[in-house]
Design a binder for this molecule. Structure first.
Ligand SMILES: Cc1cc2nc3c(=O)[nH]c(=O)nc-3n(C[C@H](O)[C@H](O)[C@H](O)COP(=O)(O)OP(=O)(O)OC[C@H]3O[C@@H](n4cnc5c(N)ncnc54)[C@H](O)[C@@H]3O)c2cc1C
Length: 506
Protein backbone atom coordinates (compact mmCIF):
# COMPACT_ATOMS: atom_id res chain seq x y z
CA UNK A 1 0.00 0.00 0.00
CA UNK A 2 1.51 3.35 -0.95
CA UNK A 3 0.98 5.32 2.19
CA UNK A 4 2.36 8.48 0.59
CA UNK A 5 -0.75 8.63 -1.54
CA UNK A 6 -2.80 7.27 1.24
CA UNK A 7 -1.92 9.45 4.17
CA UNK A 8 -0.83 12.63 2.52
CA UNK A 9 -0.49 15.01 4.38
CA UNK A 10 2.14 20.94 21.10
CA UNK A 11 -0.34 21.77 22.38
CA UNK A 12 -0.54 24.70 24.70
CA UNK A 13 -0.63 23.27 28.17
CA UNK A 14 -3.13 24.60 30.62
CA UNK A 15 -3.13 28.15 29.36
CA UNK A 16 -6.50 28.80 30.93
CA UNK A 17 -6.41 28.31 34.67
CA UNK A 18 -9.76 29.17 36.09
CA UNK A 19 -11.29 28.61 39.43
CA UNK A 20 -13.03 25.31 39.43
CA UNK A 21 -12.38 22.70 42.01
CA UNK A 22 -13.18 19.09 41.30
CA UNK A 23 -14.91 17.22 44.08
CA UNK A 24 -12.49 15.42 46.33
CA UNK A 25 -12.41 11.63 46.20
CA UNK A 26 -15.22 10.25 48.30
CA UNK A 27 -17.28 13.47 48.29
CA UNK A 28 -20.96 12.76 47.76
CA UNK A 29 -21.95 15.60 45.50
CA UNK A 30 -19.65 17.03 42.89
CA UNK A 31 -20.63 20.52 41.70
CA UNK A 32 -22.24 20.81 38.24
CA UNK A 33 -19.60 23.06 36.79
CA UNK A 34 -19.57 22.30 33.08
CA UNK A 35 -22.15 21.83 30.41
CA UNK A 36 -19.98 19.40 28.47
CA UNK A 37 -16.91 17.39 29.38
CA UNK A 38 -14.96 16.03 26.44
CA UNK A 39 -12.64 13.08 27.04
CA UNK A 40 -9.64 13.43 24.71
CA UNK A 41 -8.03 16.43 23.10
CA UNK A 42 -7.18 14.93 19.73
CA UNK A 43 -8.45 16.59 16.55
CA UNK A 44 -12.04 15.50 17.21
CA UNK A 45 -12.19 16.65 20.84
CA UNK A 46 -10.53 20.01 20.12
CA UNK A 47 -12.86 20.70 17.16
CA UNK A 48 -15.93 19.82 19.18
CA UNK A 49 -14.82 22.07 22.04
CA UNK A 50 -14.48 25.03 19.64
CA UNK A 51 -17.88 24.35 18.05
CA UNK A 52 -19.53 24.29 21.48
CA UNK A 53 -17.81 27.51 22.53
CA UNK A 54 -19.35 29.31 19.54
CA UNK A 55 -22.59 28.94 21.47
CA UNK A 56 -21.17 29.86 24.88
CA UNK A 57 -21.38 26.31 26.17
CA UNK A 58 -19.12 25.78 29.21
CA UNK A 59 -16.76 23.09 28.04
CA UNK A 60 -13.87 21.23 29.65
CA UNK A 61 -11.54 18.97 27.67
CA UNK A 62 -9.68 16.28 29.62
CA UNK A 63 -6.57 14.86 27.96
CA UNK A 64 -4.65 12.00 29.51
CA UNK A 65 -1.31 12.85 27.90
CA UNK A 66 0.69 15.55 29.66
CA UNK A 67 2.46 16.47 26.43
CA UNK A 68 1.26 16.71 22.84
CA UNK A 69 1.91 13.71 20.57
CA UNK A 70 5.55 13.30 19.65
CA UNK A 71 5.15 11.56 16.29
CA UNK A 72 5.13 13.91 13.35
CA UNK A 73 3.06 11.86 10.94
CA UNK A 74 1.86 13.88 7.97
CA UNK A 75 -1.90 13.65 7.55
CA UNK A 76 -3.99 14.78 4.62
CA UNK A 77 -6.86 17.20 5.09
CA UNK A 78 -9.43 16.70 2.35
CA UNK A 79 -11.69 19.27 0.72
CA UNK A 80 -14.66 19.03 3.09
CA UNK A 81 -12.50 19.51 6.19
CA UNK A 82 -10.78 22.47 4.51
CA UNK A 83 -14.22 23.92 3.75
CA UNK A 84 -15.23 23.58 7.39
CA UNK A 85 -12.05 25.31 8.49
CA UNK A 86 -12.76 28.11 6.02
CA UNK A 87 -16.23 28.43 7.56
CA UNK A 88 -14.75 29.09 10.99
CA UNK A 89 -11.98 31.43 9.81
CA UNK A 90 -9.25 28.87 10.52
CA UNK A 91 -8.17 28.01 7.00
CA UNK A 92 -5.46 30.65 6.51
CA UNK A 93 -3.75 29.54 9.71
CA UNK A 94 -3.89 25.92 8.64
CA UNK A 95 -2.65 26.62 5.10
CA UNK A 96 0.46 28.35 6.47
CA UNK A 97 1.61 25.06 7.98
CA UNK A 98 0.70 22.61 5.24
CA UNK A 99 1.57 21.72 1.69
CA UNK A 100 -1.08 21.70 -1.01
CA UNK A 101 -1.26 18.68 -3.25
CA UNK A 102 -3.64 17.77 -6.06
CA UNK A 103 -6.94 16.24 -4.93
CA UNK A 104 -6.70 13.20 -7.22
CA UNK A 105 -4.94 9.85 -6.92
CA UNK A 106 -6.05 8.91 -3.41
CA UNK A 107 -8.54 6.14 -4.03
CA UNK A 108 -6.46 2.98 -3.50
CA UNK A 109 -3.51 5.09 -4.69
CA UNK A 110 -4.70 4.73 -8.29
CA UNK A 111 -2.83 7.57 -9.99
CA UNK A 112 -5.67 9.36 -11.78
CA UNK A 113 -5.82 13.14 -11.68
CA UNK A 114 -8.98 14.70 -10.22
CA UNK A 115 -11.66 15.62 -12.74
CA UNK A 116 -12.13 19.28 -13.66
CA UNK A 117 -14.49 21.49 -11.67
CA UNK A 118 -14.85 19.56 -8.44
CA UNK A 119 -17.67 21.12 -6.46
CA UNK A 120 -15.51 22.94 -3.92
CA UNK A 121 -13.56 26.17 -3.67
CA UNK A 122 -10.94 24.09 -1.82
CA UNK A 123 -10.49 21.18 -4.19
CA UNK A 124 -7.01 20.14 -3.08
CA UNK A 125 -5.43 18.05 -0.37
CA UNK A 126 -3.41 19.67 2.39
CA UNK A 127 -0.58 17.60 3.84
CA UNK A 128 0.13 18.76 7.40
CA UNK A 129 1.88 17.18 10.40
CA UNK A 130 -0.76 15.77 12.76
CA UNK A 131 0.70 17.48 15.87
CA UNK A 132 0.50 20.83 14.06
CA UNK A 133 -3.16 20.51 13.06
CA UNK A 134 -3.91 19.29 16.60
CA UNK A 135 -2.14 22.31 18.08
CA UNK A 136 -4.01 24.71 15.80
CA UNK A 137 -7.36 23.16 16.66
CA UNK A 138 -6.61 23.16 20.38
CA UNK A 139 -5.43 26.78 20.30
CA UNK A 140 -8.60 27.74 18.45
CA UNK A 141 -10.74 26.03 21.10
CA UNK A 142 -8.85 27.74 23.91
CA UNK A 143 -9.10 31.15 22.19
CA UNK A 144 -12.85 30.64 22.10
CA UNK A 145 -12.83 29.92 25.85
CA UNK A 146 -12.61 26.13 26.16
CA UNK A 147 -10.66 24.85 29.13
CA UNK A 148 -8.17 22.06 28.46
CA UNK A 149 -6.57 19.98 31.21
CA UNK A 150 -3.61 17.77 30.28
CA UNK A 151 -2.59 14.77 32.36
CA UNK A 152 -6.23 14.23 33.42
CA UNK A 153 -7.40 10.72 32.52
CA UNK A 154 -11.06 9.74 32.47
CA UNK A 155 -11.47 6.35 34.13
CA UNK A 156 -15.16 6.18 34.91
CA UNK A 157 -18.52 7.92 34.86
CA UNK A 158 -22.09 7.58 35.99
CA UNK A 159 -25.07 9.24 34.38
CA UNK A 160 -28.43 10.20 35.85
CA UNK A 161 -31.38 12.32 34.73
CA UNK A 162 -29.59 15.63 35.23
CA UNK A 163 -26.03 14.96 34.23
CA UNK A 164 -22.89 12.88 34.26
CA UNK A 165 -20.36 12.45 37.07
CA UNK A 166 -16.95 11.86 35.54
CA UNK A 167 -14.23 10.12 37.50
CA UNK A 168 -10.54 10.79 36.96
CA UNK A 169 -7.59 8.43 37.42
CA UNK A 170 -6.66 10.08 40.72
CA UNK A 171 -10.16 9.53 42.09
CA UNK A 172 -11.39 13.11 41.71
CA UNK A 173 -14.83 13.62 40.25
CA UNK A 174 -16.31 16.28 37.98
CA UNK A 175 -19.86 16.90 36.97
CA UNK A 176 -21.34 18.05 33.67
CA UNK A 177 -24.61 17.84 31.77
CA UNK A 178 -23.10 15.80 28.91
CA UNK A 179 -19.96 13.76 28.32
CA UNK A 180 -18.49 13.15 24.87
CA UNK A 181 -15.91 10.41 24.33
CA UNK A 182 -13.40 11.70 21.79
CA UNK A 183 -10.79 9.43 23.32
CA UNK A 184 -9.64 7.51 20.27
CA UNK A 185 -9.93 3.95 18.99
CA UNK A 186 -9.39 2.34 22.40
CA UNK A 187 -11.99 4.68 23.92
CA UNK A 188 -12.52 4.19 27.65
CA UNK A 189 -15.86 6.02 27.36
CA UNK A 190 -17.12 3.62 24.68
CA UNK A 191 -16.05 0.58 26.68
CA UNK A 192 -17.63 1.86 29.91
CA UNK A 193 -20.83 2.62 28.02
CA UNK A 194 -20.93 -1.01 26.93
CA UNK A 195 -21.47 0.00 23.32
CA UNK A 196 -20.54 -2.78 20.88
CA UNK A 197 -17.69 -2.13 18.44
CA UNK A 198 -18.17 -4.86 15.85
CA UNK A 199 -15.98 -5.27 12.80
CA UNK A 200 -12.76 -6.96 11.75
CA UNK A 201 -9.65 -7.21 13.93
CA UNK A 202 -6.30 -6.01 12.69
CA UNK A 203 -4.77 -8.39 10.15
CA UNK A 204 -1.67 -6.46 9.15
CA UNK A 205 0.49 -4.41 11.52
CA UNK A 206 2.91 -1.78 10.28
CA UNK A 207 5.90 -0.08 11.92
CA UNK A 208 6.36 3.60 11.16
CA UNK A 209 9.03 5.94 12.50
CA UNK A 210 11.66 8.54 11.87
CA UNK A 211 15.37 7.81 12.31
CA UNK A 212 18.86 8.37 10.96
CA UNK A 213 20.16 5.99 8.33
CA UNK A 214 23.81 4.97 7.83
CA UNK A 215 23.63 3.48 4.32
CA UNK A 216 24.38 5.67 1.25
CA UNK A 217 21.35 7.32 -0.35
CA UNK A 218 21.78 5.55 -3.73
CA UNK A 219 21.79 2.14 -2.06
CA UNK A 220 18.64 3.01 -0.10
CA UNK A 221 16.84 4.26 -3.23
CA UNK A 222 17.77 1.19 -5.30
CA UNK A 223 16.89 -1.35 -2.60
CA UNK A 224 13.63 0.44 -1.72
CA UNK A 225 12.51 0.39 -5.37
CA UNK A 226 13.18 -3.37 -5.57
CA UNK A 227 11.36 -4.17 -2.32
CA UNK A 228 8.33 -2.08 -3.23
CA UNK A 229 7.67 -4.29 -6.24
CA UNK A 230 6.45 -6.97 -3.83
CA UNK A 231 5.75 -5.02 -0.58
CA UNK A 232 3.38 -2.07 -0.68
CA UNK A 233 3.82 -1.24 3.02
CA UNK A 234 7.46 -0.32 2.72
CA UNK A 235 9.46 2.84 2.29
CA UNK A 236 12.55 4.78 3.41
CA UNK A 237 12.00 8.42 2.61
CA UNK A 238 14.60 11.14 3.19
CA UNK A 239 13.64 14.17 5.28
CA UNK A 240 17.07 15.77 4.96
CA UNK A 241 20.04 15.78 7.35
CA UNK A 242 20.32 11.96 7.17
CA UNK A 243 16.87 11.53 8.76
CA UNK A 244 14.42 9.15 7.06
CA UNK A 245 10.78 8.23 7.45
CA UNK A 246 10.70 4.43 7.65
CA UNK A 247 7.69 2.19 7.04
CA UNK A 248 7.91 -1.60 7.20
CA UNK A 249 5.45 -4.47 7.88
CA UNK A 250 5.55 -5.40 11.58
CA UNK A 251 4.70 -9.09 11.22
CA UNK A 252 6.21 -11.20 13.95
CA UNK A 253 8.00 -8.55 16.01
CA UNK A 254 7.24 -7.03 19.38
CA UNK A 255 4.16 -6.92 21.50
CA UNK A 256 1.21 -4.98 20.05
CA UNK A 257 0.48 -3.44 23.42
CA UNK A 258 4.03 -2.07 23.80
CA UNK A 259 5.68 0.72 21.79
CA UNK A 260 8.06 -0.67 19.15
CA UNK A 261 11.83 -0.49 19.60
CA UNK A 262 14.63 0.35 17.17
CA UNK A 263 15.59 -3.34 17.31
CA UNK A 264 12.09 -4.24 16.01
CA UNK A 265 12.65 -1.92 13.03
CA UNK A 266 16.10 -3.40 12.33
CA UNK A 267 14.80 -6.94 12.51
CA UNK A 268 11.93 -6.23 10.10
CA UNK A 269 14.11 -4.26 7.67
CA UNK A 270 16.55 -7.17 7.53
CA UNK A 271 13.69 -9.63 6.98
CA UNK A 272 12.03 -7.61 4.23
CA UNK A 273 14.95 -5.81 2.53
CA UNK A 274 17.89 -8.00 3.51
CA UNK A 275 19.58 -5.07 5.30
CA UNK A 276 18.75 -2.73 8.17
CA UNK A 277 20.34 0.21 6.27
CA UNK A 278 22.28 1.07 9.44
CA UNK A 279 19.28 2.79 11.05
CA UNK A 280 19.98 4.53 14.37
CA UNK A 281 19.06 7.52 16.55
CA UNK A 282 15.24 7.29 16.25
CA UNK A 283 13.20 10.50 16.60
CA UNK A 284 9.94 8.60 17.18
CA UNK A 285 8.67 5.05 16.57
CA UNK A 286 5.07 3.91 16.21
CA UNK A 287 3.00 0.94 15.20
CA UNK A 288 -0.49 0.77 13.73
CA UNK A 289 -2.90 -1.90 12.56
CA UNK A 290 -5.71 -2.13 10.04
CA UNK A 291 -8.69 -3.04 12.22
CA UNK A 292 -12.08 -1.90 10.94
CA UNK A 293 -14.81 -1.30 13.51
CA UNK A 294 -17.89 0.85 13.97
CA UNK A 295 -19.68 1.64 17.24
CA UNK A 296 -23.23 0.29 17.35
CA UNK A 297 -24.50 3.51 18.91
CA UNK A 298 -23.16 7.05 19.04
CA UNK A 299 -25.31 8.09 21.99
CA UNK A 300 -26.49 6.53 25.22
CA UNK A 301 -28.45 9.09 27.22
CA UNK A 302 -26.12 11.95 28.10
CA UNK A 303 -22.97 10.31 26.78
CA UNK A 304 -21.91 10.49 23.14
CA UNK A 305 -19.04 9.22 21.01
CA UNK A 306 -17.18 10.93 18.16
CA UNK A 307 -14.10 10.41 16.00
CA UNK A 308 -11.95 7.29 16.35
CA UNK A 309 -13.87 6.44 19.54
CA UNK A 310 -16.81 5.69 17.23
CA UNK A 311 -15.04 4.26 14.18
CA UNK A 312 -11.65 2.90 13.17
CA UNK A 313 -10.34 1.76 9.80
CA UNK A 314 -7.00 1.45 7.97
CA UNK A 315 -5.38 4.79 7.04
CA UNK A 316 -5.76 4.14 3.32
CA UNK A 317 -7.27 7.21 1.67
CA UNK A 318 -6.38 9.39 4.66
CA UNK A 319 -9.92 9.77 5.99
CA UNK A 320 -9.91 9.08 9.79
CA UNK A 321 -9.04 12.50 11.12
CA UNK A 322 -11.27 14.14 8.53
CA UNK A 323 -14.18 11.94 9.56
CA UNK A 324 -13.71 12.83 13.25
CA UNK A 325 -13.50 16.57 12.58
CA UNK A 326 -16.68 16.30 10.50
CA UNK A 327 -18.42 14.37 13.31
CA UNK A 328 -17.56 17.26 15.60
CA UNK A 329 -19.03 19.85 13.23
CA UNK A 330 -22.21 17.80 12.99
CA UNK A 331 -22.53 17.29 16.73
CA UNK A 332 -21.35 20.66 18.07
CA UNK A 333 -24.31 22.90 17.20
CA UNK A 334 -26.85 20.19 18.05
CA UNK A 335 -25.43 19.57 21.51
CA UNK A 336 -25.17 23.32 22.03
CA UNK A 337 -28.84 23.71 21.03
CA UNK A 338 -29.77 21.03 23.54
CA UNK A 339 -27.89 22.83 26.28
CA UNK A 340 -29.16 26.29 25.33
CA UNK A 341 -32.67 24.85 25.45
CA UNK A 342 -33.86 25.48 21.89
CA UNK A 343 -33.19 22.06 20.35
CA UNK A 344 -36.19 20.30 18.83
CA UNK A 345 -36.74 17.02 20.64
CA UNK A 346 -35.11 14.76 18.08
CA UNK A 347 -32.26 17.05 17.02
CA UNK A 348 -29.53 15.38 19.08
CA UNK A 349 -30.46 11.97 17.71
CA UNK A 350 -29.94 13.19 14.16
CA UNK A 351 -26.21 13.13 15.00
CA UNK A 352 -26.14 9.34 14.90
CA UNK A 353 -28.74 9.13 12.12
CA UNK A 354 -26.54 11.31 9.89
CA UNK A 355 -23.01 10.36 10.87
CA UNK A 356 -23.27 6.58 11.39
CA UNK A 357 -24.05 5.93 7.68
CA UNK A 358 -21.21 8.25 6.63
CA UNK A 359 -18.76 6.25 8.78
CA UNK A 360 -20.21 3.00 7.43
CA UNK A 361 -19.46 4.23 3.92
CA UNK A 362 -15.88 5.24 4.82
CA UNK A 363 -15.27 1.84 6.42
CA UNK A 364 -16.55 0.16 3.29
CA UNK A 365 -14.44 2.23 0.96
CA UNK A 366 -11.32 1.46 3.02
CA UNK A 367 -12.18 -2.25 2.88
CA UNK A 368 -12.47 -1.95 -0.90
CA UNK A 369 -9.22 -0.01 -1.17
CA UNK A 370 -7.41 -2.56 0.97
CA UNK A 371 -8.51 -5.32 -1.41
CA UNK A 372 -7.42 -3.25 -4.40
CA UNK A 373 -3.93 -2.95 -2.89
CA UNK A 374 -3.46 -6.69 -2.53
CA UNK A 375 -0.73 -8.14 -4.72
CA UNK A 376 -2.87 -11.28 -5.42
CA UNK A 377 -3.82 -11.77 -9.11
CA UNK A 378 -7.60 -11.45 -8.55
CA UNK A 379 -7.56 -8.06 -6.79
CA UNK A 380 -4.87 -6.88 -9.23
CA UNK A 381 -7.24 -7.66 -12.12
CA UNK A 382 -10.05 -5.73 -10.40
CA UNK A 383 -7.62 -2.87 -9.86
CA UNK A 384 -6.75 -2.77 -13.57
CA UNK A 385 -10.45 -2.76 -14.44
CA UNK A 386 -11.23 0.06 -11.99
CA UNK A 387 -8.25 2.01 -13.32
CA UNK A 388 -9.84 1.80 -16.78
CA UNK A 389 -13.25 2.77 -15.41
CA UNK A 390 -11.78 5.83 -13.71
CA UNK A 391 -11.16 7.25 -17.19
CA UNK A 392 -14.90 7.92 -17.14
CA UNK A 393 -15.31 11.32 -15.52
CA UNK A 394 -18.36 10.28 -13.50
CA UNK A 395 -16.61 7.29 -11.93
CA UNK A 396 -13.53 9.28 -11.01
CA UNK A 397 -15.67 12.15 -9.68
CA UNK A 398 -17.79 9.78 -7.58
CA UNK A 399 -14.73 8.25 -5.90
CA UNK A 400 -13.09 11.61 -5.24
CA UNK A 401 -16.29 13.07 -3.82
CA UNK A 402 -16.40 10.06 -1.50
CA UNK A 403 -12.82 10.34 -0.25
CA UNK A 404 -13.00 14.13 0.15
CA UNK A 405 -16.50 13.93 1.72
CA UNK A 406 -17.83 16.71 -0.51
CA UNK A 407 -20.24 14.08 -1.86
CA UNK A 408 -21.86 13.45 1.54
CA UNK A 409 -25.63 13.85 1.38
CA UNK A 410 -27.60 13.50 4.61
CA UNK A 411 -31.06 11.99 4.27
CA UNK A 412 -33.46 14.83 5.06
CA UNK A 413 -36.35 13.21 3.17
CA UNK A 414 -37.62 13.86 -0.33
CA UNK A 415 -36.43 17.01 -2.06
CA UNK A 416 -34.08 18.43 -4.66
CA UNK A 417 -30.59 16.94 -5.01
CA UNK A 418 -29.06 19.88 -3.12
CA UNK A 419 -31.02 19.02 0.04
CA UNK A 420 -28.71 17.50 2.67
CA UNK A 421 -25.55 18.37 0.76
CA UNK A 422 -22.79 20.91 1.39
CA UNK A 423 -22.95 24.21 -0.49
CA UNK A 424 -19.64 25.30 -1.96
CA UNK A 425 -18.10 28.61 -0.87
CA UNK A 426 -19.66 31.00 -3.39
CA UNK A 427 -19.18 34.70 -3.87
CA UNK A 428 -22.03 36.67 -2.27
CA UNK A 429 -22.79 40.38 -2.24
CA UNK A 430 -21.06 40.75 1.13
CA UNK A 431 -17.96 38.71 0.19
CA UNK A 432 -17.57 34.95 0.63
CA UNK A 433 -20.43 32.76 1.76
CA UNK A 434 -18.34 30.84 4.28
CA UNK A 435 -17.33 34.04 6.07
CA UNK A 436 -21.00 34.44 6.96
CA UNK A 437 -20.99 31.08 8.75
CA UNK A 438 -18.16 31.99 11.12
CA UNK A 439 -20.32 32.18 14.24
CA UNK A 440 -21.94 28.78 13.82
CA UNK A 441 -25.45 30.13 13.19
CA UNK A 442 -27.95 29.06 10.56
CA UNK A 443 -28.13 31.13 7.37
CA UNK A 444 -31.00 31.90 5.02
CA UNK A 445 -29.83 32.80 1.52
CA UNK A 446 -32.87 34.44 0.04
CA UNK A 447 -33.06 35.49 -3.60
CA UNK A 448 -36.82 36.09 -3.40
CA UNK A 449 -36.31 38.97 -0.95
CA UNK A 450 -39.74 38.30 0.51
CA UNK A 451 -38.96 35.50 2.98
CA UNK A 452 -37.94 35.98 6.58
CA UNK A 453 -36.28 34.02 9.38
CA UNK A 454 -38.72 35.86 11.70
CA UNK A 455 -38.85 34.36 15.18
CA UNK A 456 -35.61 32.44 14.61
CA UNK A 457 -33.47 35.52 13.96
CA UNK A 458 -31.57 34.91 17.23
CA UNK A 459 -30.33 31.60 15.72
CA UNK A 460 -30.49 32.15 11.97
CA UNK A 461 -29.08 35.01 9.87
CA UNK A 462 -30.93 36.24 6.81
CA UNK A 463 -29.15 37.36 3.65
CA UNK A 464 -31.44 38.89 1.05
CA UNK A 465 -30.44 38.98 -2.62
CA UNK A 466 -27.21 37.10 -1.96
CA UNK A 467 -25.93 36.30 -5.43
CA UNK A 468 -26.80 35.22 -8.90
CA UNK A 469 -24.45 32.23 -8.36
CA UNK A 470 -27.23 30.55 -6.43
CA UNK A 471 -29.62 28.96 -8.91
CA UNK A 472 -32.52 28.26 -6.52
CA UNK A 473 -34.84 30.84 -4.94
CA UNK A 474 -33.88 30.30 -1.30
CA UNK A 475 -31.65 28.00 0.72
CA UNK A 476 -31.51 27.41 4.46
CA UNK A 477 -28.08 26.35 5.69
CA UNK A 478 -27.44 24.67 9.02
CA UNK A 479 -24.48 25.80 11.14
CA UNK A 480 -22.44 22.90 9.69
CA UNK A 481 -23.02 24.24 6.17
CA UNK A 482 -25.44 21.52 5.04
CA UNK A 483 -28.53 22.49 3.07
CA UNK A 484 -31.55 22.08 5.35
CA UNK A 485 -34.21 23.42 2.99
CA UNK A 486 -34.65 24.66 -0.59
CA UNK A 487 -37.79 26.49 -1.69
CA UNK A 488 -39.70 29.77 -1.89
CA UNK A 489 -42.70 29.36 0.41
CA UNK A 490 -42.75 31.06 3.83
CA UNK A 491 -44.93 28.44 5.54
CA UNK A 492 -42.73 25.62 4.27
CA UNK A 493 -39.69 27.56 5.43
CA UNK A 494 -41.18 28.09 8.89
CA UNK A 495 -41.82 24.35 9.18
CA UNK A 496 -38.20 23.65 8.37
CA UNK A 497 -36.92 26.37 10.69
CA UNK A 498 -38.90 24.66 13.46
CA UNK A 499 -37.53 21.27 12.44
CA UNK A 500 -33.91 22.36 12.76
CA UNK A 501 -33.96 25.38 15.07
CA UNK A 502 -36.85 24.67 17.43
CA UNK A 503 -39.67 26.97 18.43
CA UNK A 504 -39.55 30.62 17.35
CA UNK A 505 -38.79 33.20 20.02
CA UNK A 506 -41.86 34.97 21.38
C1 LIG B 1 -0.23 5.90 9.78
C2 LIG B 1 -1.49 6.69 9.89
C3 LIG B 1 -1.75 7.68 8.96
C4 LIG B 1 -2.92 8.43 9.02
N1 LIG B 1 -3.15 9.38 8.06
C5 LIG B 1 -4.32 10.05 8.08
C6 LIG B 1 -4.60 11.03 7.07
O1 LIG B 1 -3.81 11.28 6.15
N2 LIG B 1 -5.79 11.68 7.12
C7 LIG B 1 -6.71 11.41 8.09
O2 LIG B 1 -7.80 12.01 8.07
N3 LIG B 1 -6.46 10.52 9.07
C8 LIG B 1 -5.29 9.84 9.10
N4 LIG B 1 -5.04 8.92 10.08
C9 LIG B 1 -6.06 8.69 11.14
C10 LIG B 1 -6.00 9.77 12.24
O3 LIG B 1 -4.72 9.83 12.81
C11 LIG B 1 -7.06 9.48 13.30
O4 LIG B 1 -8.27 9.15 12.68
C12 LIG B 1 -7.28 10.68 14.21
O5 LIG B 1 -6.14 10.92 15.00
C13 LIG B 1 -8.51 10.50 15.11
O6 LIG B 1 -8.67 11.63 15.91
P1 LIG B 1 -9.46 11.55 17.31
O7 LIG B 1 -9.36 12.90 17.91
O8 LIG B 1 -10.80 10.97 17.07
O9 LIG B 1 -8.66 10.47 18.16
P2 LIG B 1 -7.14 10.51 18.65
O10 LIG B 1 -6.29 11.27 17.71
O11 LIG B 1 -6.79 9.11 18.96
O12 LIG B 1 -7.22 11.36 19.98
C14 LIG B 1 -7.77 10.82 21.16
C15 LIG B 1 -7.20 11.56 22.34
O13 LIG B 1 -7.82 11.09 23.53
C16 LIG B 1 -6.84 10.92 24.54
N5 LIG B 1 -7.36 9.94 25.50
C17 LIG B 1 -7.48 8.61 25.32
N6 LIG B 1 -8.04 8.04 26.40
C18 LIG B 1 -8.29 9.03 27.28
C19 LIG B 1 -8.87 9.08 28.57
N7 LIG B 1 -9.32 7.96 29.17
N8 LIG B 1 -8.98 10.27 29.21
C20 LIG B 1 -8.55 11.40 28.60
N9 LIG B 1 -7.97 11.42 27.37
C21 LIG B 1 -7.86 10.25 26.72
C22 LIG B 1 -5.62 10.48 23.79
O14 LIG B 1 -4.44 10.73 24.52
C23 LIG B 1 -5.70 11.32 22.52
O15 LIG B 1 -5.05 12.56 22.65
C24 LIG B 1 -3.86 8.17 10.05
C25 LIG B 1 -3.61 7.19 11.02
C26 LIG B 1 -2.43 6.45 10.93
C27 LIG B 1 -2.18 5.38 11.96
Amino acid sequence: MDFSQVTAGLSSNDTVERDFTPAAPGADHAPLVFDVIIAGCGPTGATLAAELRLHDVRVLVLEKETEPKSFVRIVGLHARSLELMAMRGLLDRVLEHGRRRPAGGFFAAIPKPAPENLDSAHAYLLGIPQPVIERLLEEHAIELGAQVRRGWTVTGFEQDDEGVTVELADGRRLRSRYLVGCDGGRSTVRKLLGVGFPGEPSRAETLMGEMEVGAPQEEIAARTAEVRESHQRFWLRPFGGGVYSVLVPAEGVGDRAEPPTLEDFKQRLRAVAGTDFGVHSPRWLSRFGDATRLAERYRVGRVLLAGDAAHIHPPIGGQGLNLGVQDAFNLGWKLAAQIRGWAPETLLDTYQAERHPVAEDVLDNTRAQTELLSTEPGPQAVRRLLTELMDFDEVNRHLIEKITAIGVRYDFGAGPDLLGRHLRDIEVKQGRLYDLLRHGRGLLLDRTERLTAGGWSDRVDHLADPTAALDVPCVLLRPDGHVAWVGDDQQDLDDHLSRWFGRPAD
